[in-house]
Design a protein around this ligand. Structure first.
Ligand code: HPA
Length: 242
């Protein structure tokens, strides 16, 4: 057991899907995993392990925002020896090239968070996705004709940001979407020499004002899960075992 996860060692798979919403973790387990077993309900942050195409995979809720997510990611890497975490969530689009219902594969993550300051002092670390996970996910999307776009994310500590200039500036620098977790996840993966990727369905568009309905979000979530699960299966079969 770790401080926030009530699982015995071995109950969590080497690969973890990490949605913010714990009910999404339950939905992933019930919809995609064979023989899912719940291993956590501490603070209602549900976690399950099952198999997908013969590969053991867990689905764990993380809560919203970098501080909450980082607690779960660190305990998974450090105390349960998790090798790869794929965050599955939503983001807002910052660029007109991206449409609602597209799925952004976060290649790098800029952030307004102070979380990395104690680690790097005056240096600005560049949190980046694991290349293998990223390319396996992109390949899975291409093969299944699913709408994936690769690019930068903005991991903000504020959902309701009063300063809209910041996202406009980041958009000018090619950042595609805003969410709240990827930068801290990538940093922790680097700290523990593990793999991580953030995969985000575009739920709303900050430029066009377009939004998705609940039914549309559900359908795109299905697409996103297929990409993420397939990326993990490819990693398990073809990865270098790191
Ligand atoms: N901001 C931050 N996170 C998000 C957004 C947003 O606009 N949309 C979905 N997740």
């Amino acid at each position: 057991m770790s401080t926030h996860i009530g699982a015995e060692s071995g109950q969590i798979a080497p690969y973890v899907l990490l949605p913010g919403d714990p009910y999404r973790a339950r939905w992933i387990a019930e919809t995609f995993l064979e023989d899912p077993q719940q291993y956590n309900d501490v603070r209602g942050m549900l976690g399950y392990t099952g198999t997908y195409k013969g590969v053991r995979i867990s689905a764990q809720g993380s809560g919203m925002g970098q501080p909450s997510m980082a607690i779960y990611a660190q305990e998974l890497f450090e105390q349960y020896d998790v090798q790869a975490i794929v965050r599955v969530g939503t983001c807002g689009a910052l660029d007109e090239r991206v449409k609602v219902r597209d799925v952004i594969l976060g290649m790098a993550a800029s952030t307004d968070s102070a979380m990395n300051r104690p680690r790097f002092g005056d240096v600005t670390f560049a949190p980046a996705a694991d290349f293998d996970l990223l390319r396996y996910c992109y390949e899975a999307a291409q093969e299944k004709l699913l709408p994936a776009v690769v690019g930068g994310l903005f991991s903000s500590d504020q959902f309701y940001n009063p300063n809209t200039e910041i996202s406009a500036t980041l958009a000018r620098y090619g950042v595609l979407g805003v969410e709240m977790e990827a930068a801290a996840l990538y940093t922790l993966a680097a700290q523990f020499s593990r793999r991580a990727l953030a995969v985000c369905t575009v739920s709303d568009h900050l430029i066009t004002g377009e939004e998705t309905t609940a039914a549309e979000r559900q359908e795109t979530f299905d697409d996103m899960m297929v990409m993420a699960l397939d990326a993990i299966v490819r990693l398990d079969r073809e990865g270098d075992g790191r």
